[in-house]
Ligand binder design. Structure first.
Ligand SMILES: NC(=O)c1ccc[n+]([C@@H]2O[C@H](COP(=O)([O-])OP(=O)(O)OC[C@H]3O[C@@H](n4cnc5c(N)ncnc54)[C@H](O)[C@@H]3O)[C@@H](O)[C@H]2O)c1
Length: 344
């Protein structure tokens, strides 16, 4: 396989930037990134350059602008696309559904139309375990029924998968993989890049590290009376670099024509459920810091427990997780310290 050019949308974002680092470690890939910095900073590209020693071509565009988006395809010969760009704040999507429908759907419509126009036949899509809705049976595998979603955000992911499936049905030569991530956390082992929330985050790990770093006064654990081993919610945390490596394997799989169907879906989770209190304990162990937290009320819409069965990705892609919860917490904490020191 000669060197392939991969367009990464949302490449300055959290998972996109880690995936670019993994792609650049593989000599088979040239990378182009497109991002509008809605939820990221161009500094991410400087950090990628510092970590890899490689410079990538970048475009600052809003993918909802089809004319601008078209320039990337006209100016480059693209072999495959990894589509991360989307809005992802679940709570905000319930408040502002049209904002999410507009951005997440219009950008994907444009992407698929441009792939059709420029004969680009390989797309990897960022999906989410939220497509399963409020699941009743665990672990969750790819055959777990898709239920009505809890948020407009999750519904944009269900619609996105349906759109890909429809285009795959229409064009036998078009190939797509949807990767359903569970809870991506942690940071690159160099500690020079990680999650970079522009506003106060809603997810647990940046709240833990931000509280420990003094950015937030205290962490509130949302519910201590769930029917779990310690009363707190259970989630499947997965290291962002493990998610990133799955994208490279999925891309190899498509470009080497190993896929059995032209639309395939894989769960990406560690397969291990970790409670909120277990995550806090892991953080305290690896950081040597006592976290200031209190128990609070349950949050509406939170499911009690969810974790994945990722056997399918292991069997088909040869993918498995390298990082455990201690490593996720350690890298997240080291990144928090680096960010604070460097004023990011
Ligand atoms: N992080 C998670 O917990 C999680 C879980 C499941 C799925 N996902 C999905 O993974 C993908 C990446 O998530 P992330 O955590 O890296 O998010 P992120 O917000 O860090 O990255 C997304 C990037 O896309 C860019 N973007 C958004 N809309 C755009 C547009 N119209 N044009 C150009 N750029 C645009 C943003 O500026 C940002 O840099 C998203 O599709 C998200 O829905 C994330």
């Amino acid at each position: 396989m000669g060197k392939k050019t991969i367009l990464v949308t949302g490449g300055a974002g959290y998972i996109g930037s880690h995936t670019i680092i993994e792609l650049l470690a593989n000599d088979n890939y040239n990378v182009i990134s497109a991002d509008c910095f809605y939820n990221s900073s161009p500094k991410a590209y400087a950090q990628i350059n510092e970590i890899t020693g490689k410079q990538i071509k970048t475009y600052t565009i809003d993918l909802c602008d089809e004319k601008e988006f078209d320039k990337i395809f006209t100016e480059n010969k693209i072999d495959g696309v990894i589509h991360f760009a989307a809005f992802k704040a679940v709570g905000e999507s319930v408040e502002l559904p049209l904002k999410y429908y507009h951005n997440n759907i219009a950008s994907l419509v444009n992407l698929l139309a441009l792939c059709e126009k420029h004969k680009v036949t390989n797309v990897i899509f960022s999906s989410s375990c939220s497509v399963y809705g409020n699941v009743q049976t665990l672990p969750v595998n790819e055959n777990t029924p898709i239920l009505k979603t809890e948020s407009s955000y999750a519904y944009t992911k269900q619609i996105g998968e349906q759109m890909l499936q429809d285009v795959c049905r229409q064009h036998a030569t078009f190939n797509a993989i949807s990767l359903r991530y569970f809870n991506p956390v942690g940071a690159h082992v160099s500690a020079k890049i990680g999650e970079w929330p522009l506003n106060k985050p809603n997810n647990l790990v940046p709240l833990i590290t931000g509280t420990a770093a003094g950015k937030y006064p205290q962490l509130t654990v949302l519910g201590g009376d769930y029917p779990t081993r310690d009363g707190t919610c259970i989630r499947d945390y997965i290291h962002v670099s493990d998610i990133a490596s799955a994208h490279v394997l999925a891309l190899d799989y498509l470009l080497q024509h190993k896929n059995k169907n032209n639309f395939e879906v894989f769960n990406l989770g560690s397969g291990t459920g970790v409670s909120v209190l277990e995550a806090i304990t892991a953080f305290e162990k690896v950081s040597g810091k006592k976290l200031n937290y209190k128990m609070g009320e349950r949050r509406a819409g939170d499911v009690v427990a969810v974790y994945s069965d990722s056997t399918k990705a292991y069997n088909a892609l040869g993918w498995k997780c390298i990082h455990d919860i201690d490593s996720m917490m350690k890298t997240a904490w080291e990144w928090e310290l680096y960010r604070t020191k460097n004023n990011f």
